[in-house]
Design a protein around this ligand. Structure first.
Ligand code: NAP
Ligand code: MG
Length: 520
């Protein structure tokens, strides 16, 4: 079975077709079934031991804030210490397991998730406020990460033969694991990113401490449980939910931590990077940090563009999952001659977006929690002072953390709403005199994650490819929805270390090359 699982034969998992009523019914049943387990207690897992603690995170449904999803035990600092000792011991055996066997756990887990995809979607809908297609696409992405990194590992094993041998020596370069990785995912893709960050480290032979985002710990637990079911040995993944203030810096600064895989905000990423740069007493290595952080992504539209297509892409990039994507197109920079016409189209399409609970499959759902809700509403107030509000600008239904899709126009390039990541359903639109000025405005941020360029002029497209400074540039399409193995993902500048998740190169970040030469 494993022999057919190569990078060449990899293809992205197909999303569910919800135009089929049978699929809608199956998803609704999965939601009802998960509903019967609302309010359950979930444990910390260290070396396979499930530990329930008194102190718990309460995970709530952002679409209906009176509903509790479950209670997640919190890891104490003593337990974090036990987890890192366990991961360190387990590394001694896990690093000797063959690449083929390591990959087989990912393939098994991918198969299981494929069979039970609605079960995972149901948790994403209730815990993270996703709608059907967003939840479903995230499950596909998680499966893709397992398939793709499993296959990449097998390929990496093959490729280790590539160094030249000379008549007097046989040379080989192998990729060996690093050690214990501290895995810190965000809440916005709480299944896919948690899966990707964890399995990439595991398949390359490392052991891990997985600290899920505190607003979405239960979907992360479901993933860890799945890996257990797939037969992954105890201690390879240690699941340590809890307060980052209690164990975040403790584990980043710990002498036994070998690397940190972080995806989240700029401030936390920079903090981790700085702390990891200090050598702790007894530490024997330079820690590696892979930090993928925020964005202030934008789309540039010139006067030769297909304006209907551009409008659709602007709206879907800005408002899908309420703009809570690192790739969200939160800026649109439009040339003067089509500025008004395009804005009209954008407003029209946005007006059609229905806001409500993802469980009833509304298009725009709630934002993740009260903190995000307040932060976004504050940005909207700032926007009202800086630019012209043309749509939205207020909260929605108070049952959940709903905010109306909001559009500002005539935003100045240096204004707050054009510079800072808002991470909510807020679009800032700026006017440029021509496409070149528009690109300058696009580049005028400290970030560099995704970018879009709409034009039908071939020369300009080539220029845009050269000039727009970002890790993921998309021409004449939306700027979100990167696919594993198709659009390797990672940003420039303060968007991160450009690790290119979903690429073959990615696994080398969790490995070190060892050359050995045998003289004949
Ligand atoms: P966040 O607040 O930075 O949190 C990310 C993770 O870091 C959470 O698990 C959080 O735990 C943890 N954390 C916080 N302080 C820590 C510390 N001192 N030490 C160790 N861990 C710590 O980000 P978020 O709000 O979850 O996610 C949204 C951000 O992620 C946005 O900026 C978005 O652009 C970015 N993002 C980037 C990418 C990308 O690929 N570039 C992808 C997705 C999201 P707690 O939840 O317990 O605080
Ligand atoms: Mg929640």
């Amino acid at each position: 079975m494993i022999k057919t699982r190569t990078l060449e034969t990899f293809s992205n998992e197909k999303d569910t077709d919800f135009s089929q009523q049978s699929e809608v019914k199956a998803l609704k049943e999965a939601i009802s079934s998960f509903r019967r387990n609302l309010g359950n207690d979930y444990p910390v897992i260290i070396g396979g031991e499930k530990i329930y603690t008194e102190d718990k995170i309460t995970s709530i449904n952002p679409a209906k804030t009176t509903e509790t999803i479950g209670y997640m035990s919190k890891t104490t600092q003593e337990m974090a210490e036990k987890a890192i000792q366990t991961a360190t011991q387990t590394f001694e055996t896990w690093k000797q397991v063959s690449a083929e066997e390591r990959a087989s756990y990912l393939f098994k887990a991918a198969d299981l998730m494929r069979q039970r995809r609605h079960e995972f979607s149901a948790v994403l809908i209730l815990e993270a406020g996703k709608n059907y297609s967003e939840a479903d696409a995230e499950v596909s992405e998680a499966i893709d990460f397992m398939e793709f990194y499993g296959r990449s590992m097998l390929q990496l094993e093959e490729d280790r033969h590539y160094v030249k041998s000379v008549p007097t020596e046989k040379n080989r370069l192998t990729y060996i694991p690093l050690g214990v990785g501290f895995i810190v995912p965000p809440w916005n893709f709480p299944l896919a990113i948690c899966t990707g960050l964890t399995v990439s480290a595991v398949v390359t032979g490392n052991t891990t401490l997985v600290k899920p985002a505190s607003v979405t710990p239960i979907i992360a637990y479901k993933f860890v449980e799945l890996m257990e079911e797939a037969g992954l040995p105890d201690g390879v993944i240690n699941f340590i939910p809890g307060d980052s203030s209690v164990m975040g810096d403790y584990l980043t600064g710990h002498p036994l931590t070998r690397f940190i895989s972080f995806t989240g905000s700029k401030d936390v990423g920079l903090h981790i990077n700085e702390l990891a740069g200090k050598t702790a007493k007894g530490q024997k290595w330079i820690k590696r940090v892979n930090a993928e952080m925020g964005g202030k992504d934008g789309i540039v539209i010139d006067e030769t563009a297909d304006l209907d297509k551009a409008a659709q892409s602007i709206v879907s990039s800005a408002f899908s999952f309420q703009g809570q994507k690192c790739s969200a197109g939160s800026r649109a920079i439009i040339v003067e001659s089509v500025y008004e016409e395009l804005i009209e189209k954008v407003i029209q399409l946005t007006t059609e977006l229905r806001v409500g609970n993802g469980e009833e499959n509304y298009c725009v759902g709630p934002v993740i929690d009260e903190r995000a809700y307040n932060t976004i509403l504050n940005y909207i107030e700032t926007g009202k002072k800086e630019a012209k509000l043309v749509l939205g600008g207020a909260p929605g239904n108070s049952e959940g953390y709903y905010i109306q899709p909001t559009i500002f126009i005539d935003a100045a390039p240096n204004s707050t709403i054009m510079q800072e990541e808002i991470f909510g359903p807020v679009l800032a639109i700026a006017k440029a005199k021509d496409w070149e000025e528009a690109i300058e405005i696009y580049n005028n941020t400290e970030y560099g994650l995704t970018g879009g360029f709409f034009s039908s002029n071939e020369e300009r497209i080539q220029e845009a490819v050269q000039r727009m400074y970002c890790g993921n540039l998309y021409i004449n399409r939306n700027v979100t929805g990167a696919l594993v193995g198709v659009h390797p993902f990672g940003g420039f500048n303060l968007s991160g270390t450009d690790s290119k998740a979903g690429s073959y190169d990615y696994l080398k970040l969790f490995s070190q090359g060892k050359l050995h030469t045998i003289q004949k």
